[in-house]
Design a protein around this ligand. Sequence first.
Ligand SMILES: [Mg+2]
Length: 263
Amino acid sequence: MNAASEGPFGILLDIDGVLYVGDEPIAGAHDALGELRELGAGMRLVTNTTSRSRRQVCEHLDELGFEVAVDEVLTPAAMAVAYCDERGYESVELIVSDGLREDLAQFGEPAVGARVDAVILGDVGARFDSELLNRAFRLIMDGAELVALQHNRYWRRADGLALDVGAYAAALEYATRREAVVVGKPAEAFFQAAVVDMGLNSAVMIGDDVEADVGGAMAAGLPGILVRTGKYRQDALPPEVTPTAVADSIADVPALLARILPH
Ligand SMILES: [Mg+2]
């Protein structure tokens, strides 16, 4: 636990699969969230959601009984805005859900025939079809950079596992021979930005995705705790990631942290 032993540590928490699955809160998650707030010097909920704005994430959490402020929620959309601003990208094609557009409102529709600097790829659910992917493909072949809001392979919907944004990004990368810039988890910059946002130097990441949450955080130098809820599948654990610790669910994490972190 090197990173966490350097001083006050923050709590970074994934949301989907950690606090709830579908619309069902995980047993004990409400109490655990409160205890984690007490344990940490700060808290950020780092979600790879590409279907909801930060405001909508908070509203949904509120409906499920979790009290979280908008400022505590960090999403890939916020990182994509920062990335495009840094590079002076103004003409940006958005392939994102309608709900996310309020967090990307600074980008208007690129003018017809205008050069497009970047394609921001998020989740459009059933609207992902060959026409849409072909449109993105052509823009990238014409010089636009592919900015993927996340690179998850799949996620667990109410009716089972489903392809996630990473699978579509990989199709575009394969066809264009160009690598996407990933701004969501597991990008190290996302975790680093979350720690800086709390005004801290270190944090512990808790998530149900061994690659995006745990592997990403550990690559950024942070301890990563895997919970066996949500998309956790024992048979899908990649051999290259060894979590700092594994807990049956978020309910067990406060006691685990109290044991292994400095006071
Ligand atoms: Mg998750």
